[in-house]
Design a protein around this ligand. Structure first.
Ligand SMILES: Cc1cc2nc3c(=O)[nH]c(=O)nc-3n(C[C@H](O)[C@H](O)[C@H](O)COP(=O)(O)OP(=O)(O)OC[C@H]3O[C@@H](n4cnc5c(N)ncnc54)[C@H](O)[C@@H]3O)c2cc1C
Length: 464
């Protein structure tokens, strides 16, 4: 493509900013990033409390976050945050150690624990053999039994391509995928960094999402708490990137209209029409219902074509709620806690995990996380869920004295198994550049910092 091509990037989150970085690295400098808010980072939002930054959005990474590492190198920063520590509680607030075979209370569970260990090993093996190619970034070819992308096995990220009919199994919900392979008990391990991180329930989410994010290596990093954090928050990564780009994001950009005609893209932003040649959308493509925060989908302000409307209307997302609360010093938790029993869909709306970020002080907030929608159930109203979470904190014996920050996130856009298996991703990938438009961001890969940044890298690699 002509290096002077005028590119508009919608969204100044990890996907949009890294698209700018990778374009720039490849010699494309004629890009403009439009961000609707007065800050960059998107779901990496790290406000300040008592002089320190805490996380309302993304919290951590793992050593295989290669694209995030590219950003760190580009900006000369590193993951210098506090080490995370966690334990487990049951729903009555009692500390438990569900995976410790030496614990007397686990005596009856020993056969299950031994079986689980074997199944984890088996899953690790079949992912490398039967499901070879499962962990490339993005979803191209999966529903057709192919893999086509860039290997995530190491930082080189070499292009890989091949046929593997078994990959079609990844269209199944994760619980069915596990059953098919006789590894049901592995869900006990995978659920911690999956459901409590807001990515939905194993009976509704296709295995492809679960395993592309929680590939074997990443899951083991979570198990060993081999994690990256950032002292100034994950938002700092993207603030730094924004500062290092030749063209930092234009904040407070309200896009009123996008028209694509005669090989040009006309973007009406803050009342003025701007002309581009290509547009990369990293903002939500579709939002099923009106949201209180005013966010809308791309189909609402673009001259969306029938194929875009039809395909994007299949997208659903998670209602993931985060509270930042103060506690009295004597009520502050010693560390972070996971509540596995609250990660069942029957306990929708309950507290699944809560974080203490700073070990050395109690004058900081703790953050709580809950989901309030499952595919088959009615959405729990926001205030009801908040009440449940605050009640749960009391049960956990870490009651909140005050809520200082809160948000309900447009989180983890995805499609369900039927549409995934019917080739949703193949159809959308085939539409890349059809209307001088590229689709990137969470829906095209997975809702975490690295997968979205990595997808932007690949998009630039493939099309520019
Ligand atoms: C509570 C929580 C915990 C998380 N934990 C982790 C974690 O530990 N590790 C991890 O890797 N990830 C985590 N994530 C996920 C991670 O933050 C996201 O996957 C990542 O930020 C996605 O990047 P993105 O650029 O695709 O989208 P976003 O971050 O959503 O950025 C999109 C940007 O587009 C802007 N935008 C939207 N509409 C428009 C419009 N019409 N015009 C212009 N701009 C627009 C938005 O304001 C936003 O800045 C977490 C997220 C949350 C909310």
């Amino acid at each position: 493509m002509d290096k002077n091509v005028r590119i508009c990037i919608v969204g100044g989150g990890p996907a949009g900013l890294s698209a700018g970085m990778y374009l720039e690295k490849k010699g494309y400098e004629n890009y403009t990033i439009l961000e609707r808010l007065d800050r960059v980072g998107g779901k990496c939002w790290s406000p300040t409390y008592n002089g320190r930054r805490y996380e309302m959005g993304a919290i951590m990474g793992v050593p295989s976050y290669y694209a995030v590492h590219d950003v760190e190198e580009f900006c000369g920063i590193t993951h210098d945050g506090p080490q995370l520590n966690r334990n487990y509680k049951n729903k009555e607030g009692k500390v438990i150690e569900p995976f410790n075979p030496k614990k007397l209370s686990n005596l009856l569970k020993l056969p299950r624990l031994a079986k689980m260990k074997k199944q984890v090993k088996k899953l690790g093996e079949i992912l490398e053999t039967k499901y070879k190619g499962y962990d490339v970034n993005g979803h191209r070819g999966v529903s057709e039994g192919r893999y086509d992308g860039f290997s995530q096995a190491n930082a080189k990220r070499e292009p890989v391509k091949g046929e593997n009919p078994n990959l079609k199994d990844l269209c199944l919900p994760f619980n069915e995928f596990c059953k098919l392979n006789g590894v049901e008990l592995t869900q006990d391990i995978w659920i911690g960094p999956y459901t409590s991180f807001g990515y939905g329930y194993f009976d509704e989410i296709p295995a492809a999402y679960v395993l592309k994010y929680l590939d074997f290596q990443t899951t083991m990093n979570f198990v060993k708490v081999n994690l990256w954090t950032w002292k100034n928050g994950t938002q700092y990564i993207w603030e730094q990137l924004n500062d290092h780009l030749k063209h930092p994001a234009r904040l407070n950009s309200k896009i009123e209209k996008v028209e694509r005609k005669d090989g040009k893209v006309f973007v009406t932003v803050n009342g003025k029409v701007e002309e581009y040649d290509k547009i990369i959308v990293t903002a939500p493509l579709y939002i099923p219902n009106k949201r209180a925060d005013g966010q809308v989908g791309m189909v609402d302000y673009f001259d969306a074509r029938e194929d875009e409307k039809e395909l994007f209307s299949k997208i659903d997302y998670e209602r993931y709620d985060v509270l930042a609360v103060e506690t009295k010093p004597e009520d502050h938790p010693e560390i972070s806690y996971y509540v596995f029993e609250n990660m069942e869909k029957e306990r929708l709306g309950h507290l699944m995990v809560y974080y203490r970020r700073w070990k050395d002080t109690k004058d900081q907030v703790i953050t709580t996380y809950a989901l309030r929608k499952h595919k088959d159930t009615k959405e729990i109203p926001y205030d009801e869920c908040k009440k449940m979470v605050l009640e749960d904190l009391k049960i956990m014996k870490n009651p909140a004295s005050n809520v200082v920050n809160e948000w309900s996130v447009y989180y983890f856009p995805h499609v369900f198994s039927k549409d995934y298996a019917a080739g949703w991703y193949e159809k959308v990938e085939a539409m890349q550049d059809k209307y001088d438009t590229f689709y990137a961001g969470e829906i095209m890969s997975f809702g975490d910092m690295d997968e979205t940044a990595e997808y932007s890298r690949e998009l630039v690699e493939r099309f520019f």
